[in-house]
Design a protein around this ligand. Structure first.
Ligand SMILES: [Cu+2]
Length: 241
Protein backbone atom coordinates (compact mmCIF):
# COMPACT_ATOMS: atom_id res chain seq x y z
CA UNK A 1 0.00 0.00 0.00
CA UNK A 2 1.38 3.33 -0.91
CA UNK A 3 0.52 6.54 0.85
CA UNK A 4 1.37 9.78 -0.86
CA UNK A 5 3.49 12.55 0.51
CA UNK A 6 2.17 13.79 3.84
CA UNK A 7 3.53 16.35 6.26
CA UNK A 8 5.68 14.42 8.70
CA UNK A 9 3.25 14.70 11.58
CA UNK A 10 0.42 13.28 9.51
CA UNK A 11 1.93 10.00 8.38
CA UNK A 12 1.42 7.98 11.58
CA UNK A 13 -2.25 8.93 11.73
CA UNK A 14 -2.66 8.12 8.04
CA UNK A 15 -0.98 4.78 8.67
CA UNK A 16 -3.37 4.15 11.57
CA UNK A 17 -6.33 4.87 9.34
CA UNK A 18 -4.98 2.41 6.78
CA UNK A 19 -4.37 -0.24 9.41
CA UNK A 20 -7.76 0.04 11.07
CA UNK A 21 -9.37 0.09 7.62
CA UNK A 22 -7.74 -3.20 6.72
CA UNK A 23 -10.61 -5.09 8.35
CA UNK A 24 -12.98 -4.00 5.63
CA UNK A 25 -12.26 -3.10 2.04
CA UNK A 26 -14.73 -0.28 2.26
CA UNK A 27 -12.79 1.36 5.08
CA UNK A 28 -9.55 0.88 3.20
CA UNK A 29 -10.90 2.47 0.07
CA UNK A 30 -12.31 5.37 2.04
CA UNK A 31 -8.95 5.87 3.74
CA UNK A 32 -7.13 5.78 0.40
CA UNK A 33 -9.61 8.23 -1.09
CA UNK A 34 -9.13 10.62 1.82
CA UNK A 35 -5.35 10.35 1.51
CA UNK A 36 -5.60 10.87 -2.25
CA UNK A 37 -7.65 14.01 -1.76
CA UNK A 38 -5.18 15.33 0.83
CA UNK A 39 -2.27 14.66 -1.53
CA UNK A 40 -4.04 16.43 -4.38
CA UNK A 41 -4.82 19.43 -2.15
CA UNK A 42 -1.28 19.54 -0.83
CA UNK A 43 0.20 19.33 -4.33
CA UNK A 44 -2.14 22.04 -5.59
CA UNK A 45 -1.26 24.28 -2.67
CA UNK A 46 2.45 23.75 -3.24
CA UNK A 47 2.12 24.56 -6.95
CA UNK A 48 0.24 27.75 -6.10
CA UNK A 49 2.72 28.82 -3.44
CA UNK A 50 5.71 28.16 -5.68
CA UNK A 51 4.22 29.62 -8.87
CA UNK A 52 5.69 33.15 -8.49
CA UNK A 53 9.12 31.66 -7.86
CA UNK A 54 8.75 29.47 -10.94
CA UNK A 55 8.25 32.58 -13.08
CA UNK A 56 11.71 33.87 -12.06
CA UNK A 57 13.57 30.57 -12.03
CA UNK A 58 15.78 29.50 -14.93
CA UNK A 59 13.61 26.39 -15.41
CA UNK A 60 10.51 28.57 -15.92
CA UNK A 61 9.90 26.95 -19.28
CA UNK A 62 9.25 23.57 -17.69
CA UNK A 63 5.72 22.29 -18.19
CA UNK A 64 3.30 22.99 -15.33
CA UNK A 65 2.29 19.81 -13.50
CA UNK A 66 5.50 19.09 -11.69
CA UNK A 67 6.72 20.90 -8.59
CA UNK A 68 10.01 22.77 -9.10
CA UNK A 69 12.63 22.25 -6.45
CA UNK A 70 15.16 24.81 -7.60
CA UNK A 71 18.38 22.87 -8.19
CA UNK A 72 19.93 24.14 -4.99
CA UNK A 73 19.07 21.26 -2.69
CA UNK A 74 21.89 19.02 -1.55
CA UNK A 75 21.36 15.45 -2.69
CA UNK A 76 23.15 12.87 -0.53
CA UNK A 77 25.81 10.77 -2.21
CA UNK A 78 24.49 7.65 -0.49
CA UNK A 79 26.19 4.54 -1.79
CA UNK A 80 23.60 1.84 -2.55
CA UNK A 81 23.94 -1.71 -3.77
CA UNK A 82 22.61 -1.86 -7.29
CA UNK A 83 20.60 -4.66 -8.96
CA UNK A 84 23.88 -6.40 -9.86
CA UNK A 85 25.10 -6.36 -6.26
CA UNK A 86 27.66 -3.61 -7.02
CA UNK A 87 28.10 -0.34 -5.10
CA UNK A 88 26.46 2.60 -6.90
CA UNK A 89 25.31 6.12 -6.04
CA UNK A 90 23.73 9.01 -7.90
CA UNK A 91 27.26 10.33 -8.41
CA UNK A 92 27.90 7.42 -10.78
CA UNK A 93 25.02 8.67 -12.94
CA UNK A 94 26.34 12.23 -13.44
CA UNK A 95 26.18 13.32 -17.05
CA UNK A 96 22.67 11.95 -17.49
CA UNK A 97 19.38 13.33 -16.18
CA UNK A 98 17.84 10.92 -13.65
CA UNK A 99 14.21 9.93 -13.15
CA UNK A 100 13.82 8.28 -9.76
CA UNK A 101 11.10 6.55 -7.74
CA UNK A 102 10.99 5.19 -4.19
CA UNK A 103 9.16 1.89 -3.83
CA UNK A 104 9.37 -1.84 -3.33
CA UNK A 105 8.96 -4.90 -5.50
CA UNK A 106 5.99 -6.28 -3.54
CA UNK A 107 4.03 -3.04 -3.99
CA UNK A 108 0.58 -3.98 -5.27
CA UNK A 109 -0.29 -0.84 -7.17
CA UNK A 110 1.59 2.47 -7.14
CA UNK A 111 5.08 1.19 -7.98
CA UNK A 112 4.07 -0.93 -10.99
CA UNK A 113 2.08 2.03 -12.33
CA UNK A 114 4.95 4.46 -11.75
CA UNK A 115 7.47 2.15 -13.40
CA UNK A 116 5.11 1.56 -16.32
CA UNK A 117 5.07 5.34 -16.81
CA UNK A 118 8.89 5.42 -16.72
CA UNK A 119 8.87 2.75 -19.44
CA UNK A 120 6.46 4.88 -21.52
CA UNK A 121 8.81 7.85 -21.11
CA UNK A 122 11.85 5.76 -22.06
CA UNK A 123 10.12 4.44 -25.19
CA UNK A 124 8.85 7.90 -26.18
CA UNK A 125 12.44 9.21 -26.00
CA UNK A 126 13.56 6.70 -28.62
CA UNK A 127 17.34 6.73 -29.07
CA UNK A 128 17.66 9.51 -26.49
CA UNK A 129 16.29 7.17 -23.84
CA UNK A 130 19.83 5.93 -23.27
CA UNK A 131 20.86 9.45 -22.23
CA UNK A 132 18.60 9.18 -19.15
CA UNK A 133 19.08 7.05 -16.01
CA UNK A 134 15.89 5.50 -14.61
CA UNK A 135 16.33 4.56 -10.95
CA UNK A 136 14.08 2.60 -8.58
CA UNK A 137 15.15 2.96 -4.92
CA UNK A 138 13.84 0.19 -2.65
CA UNK A 139 12.28 1.18 0.68
CA UNK A 140 11.97 -2.52 1.57
CA UNK A 141 15.57 -3.76 1.75
CA UNK A 142 14.47 -6.74 3.88
CA UNK A 143 12.85 -8.38 0.87
CA UNK A 144 14.39 -6.46 -2.04
CA UNK A 145 17.76 -8.17 -2.35
CA UNK A 146 19.72 -7.12 -5.46
CA UNK A 147 18.65 -10.22 -7.39
CA UNK A 148 14.96 -9.62 -6.57
CA UNK A 149 15.32 -5.99 -7.62
CA UNK A 150 17.09 -6.95 -10.83
CA UNK A 151 14.29 -9.28 -11.94
CA UNK A 152 11.73 -6.62 -11.05
CA UNK A 153 13.17 -3.51 -12.69
CA UNK A 154 14.43 -5.35 -15.78
CA UNK A 155 10.91 -6.64 -16.38
CA UNK A 156 9.95 -3.02 -17.07
CA UNK A 157 13.04 -2.11 -19.09
CA UNK A 158 16.48 -3.72 -19.40
CA UNK A 159 18.14 -0.33 -18.75
CA UNK A 160 16.33 0.39 -15.47
CA UNK A 161 18.53 0.59 -12.36
CA UNK A 162 17.61 -0.75 -8.91
CA UNK A 163 19.12 0.65 -5.69
CA UNK A 164 18.94 -1.10 -2.32
CA UNK A 165 20.86 -0.92 0.94
CA UNK A 166 20.88 -2.75 4.25
CA UNK A 167 21.86 0.49 5.99
CA UNK A 168 18.42 1.71 7.11
CA UNK A 169 19.80 4.93 8.59
CA UNK A 170 21.42 5.81 5.27
CA UNK A 171 18.24 4.93 3.40
CA UNK A 172 16.13 7.13 5.66
CA UNK A 173 18.55 10.01 5.28
CA UNK A 174 18.42 9.66 1.51
CA UNK A 175 14.61 9.50 1.35
CA UNK A 176 14.24 12.41 3.82
CA UNK A 177 16.56 14.50 1.64
CA UNK A 178 13.87 14.27 -1.03
CA UNK A 179 11.16 15.18 1.52
CA UNK A 180 10.06 11.57 1.31
CA UNK A 181 8.83 9.07 3.87
CA UNK A 182 8.35 5.34 4.15
CA UNK A 183 7.00 3.12 6.88
CA UNK A 184 6.76 -0.64 7.06
CA UNK A 185 3.24 -1.69 8.07
CA UNK A 186 2.53 -4.52 10.53
CA UNK A 187 2.05 -7.93 8.86
CA UNK A 188 -1.60 -8.57 7.99
CA UNK A 189 -1.36 -12.27 8.89
CA UNK A 190 0.76 -14.66 10.97
CA UNK A 191 3.31 -14.66 8.17
CA UNK A 192 5.84 -11.92 9.05
CA UNK A 193 6.92 -11.72 5.40
CA UNK A 194 3.53 -10.53 4.23
CA UNK A 195 3.38 -6.79 4.79
CA UNK A 196 3.12 -3.55 2.90
CA UNK A 197 5.31 -0.45 3.07
CA UNK A 198 3.64 2.94 2.97
CA UNK A 199 5.86 5.27 0.95
CA UNK A 200 6.07 8.58 -0.86
CA UNK A 201 4.95 8.16 -4.44
CA UNK A 202 6.51 11.15 -6.21
CA UNK A 203 8.67 10.82 -9.31
CA UNK A 204 11.90 12.85 -8.99
CA UNK A 205 13.81 14.50 -11.82
CA UNK A 206 17.52 15.33 -11.46
CA UNK A 207 19.61 17.16 -14.04
CA UNK A 208 22.89 16.03 -15.63
CA UNK A 209 24.85 17.51 -12.71
CA UNK A 210 22.86 15.47 -10.21
CA UNK A 211 20.83 18.43 -8.95
CA UNK A 212 17.24 17.80 -7.97
CA UNK A 213 15.06 19.83 -10.37
CA UNK A 214 11.44 18.69 -10.12
CA UNK A 215 9.10 16.31 -8.36
CA UNK A 216 5.85 15.01 -9.78
CA UNK A 217 2.88 13.80 -7.71
CA UNK A 218 1.70 10.28 -8.44
CA UNK A 219 -0.72 10.38 -11.35
CA UNK A 220 1.03 13.21 -13.22
CA UNK A 221 0.57 12.39 -16.95
CA UNK A 222 3.81 10.90 -18.23
CA UNK A 223 3.78 13.38 -21.11
CA UNK A 224 4.39 16.20 -18.60
CA UNK A 225 7.49 14.49 -17.23
CA UNK A 226 8.61 13.58 -20.74
CA UNK A 227 8.40 17.22 -21.88
CA UNK A 228 10.52 18.42 -18.92
CA UNK A 229 13.03 15.67 -19.53
CA UNK A 230 13.33 16.59 -23.21
CA UNK A 231 14.03 20.20 -22.25
CA UNK A 232 16.72 19.05 -19.83
CA UNK A 233 18.26 16.87 -22.53
CA UNK A 234 18.31 19.84 -24.90
CA UNK A 235 20.05 22.08 -22.35
CA UNK A 236 23.71 22.68 -23.07
CA UNK A 237 25.76 21.04 -20.31
CA UNK A 238 26.23 23.50 -17.42
CA UNK A 239 23.46 25.82 -18.67
CA UNK A 240 21.67 26.04 -15.32
CA UNK A 241 24.71 27.16 -13.32
CU1 LIG B 1 4.67 1.33 -4.15
Amino acid sequence: MCAGQQPRGLLPSAANVLMSGRRSNEGLHLALTVIGALVALLAFGLVLSIAPELARAPQATLTPGGIPVGRYREVPNTVFTNHDGKPMSLVNLRGRPVLMLFGYTYCPDVCPMGLADLRRIKRALGDRGDEVAFVFVSVDPERDAPEVLRRYVKAFDPSFIGFTTTDMAALRKFVYAFDGLFEKQPPSSDNPNVYTVAHTSFTYLLDREGRWVMKYPFGTPYEVILADLQRLLDEPVGAAN
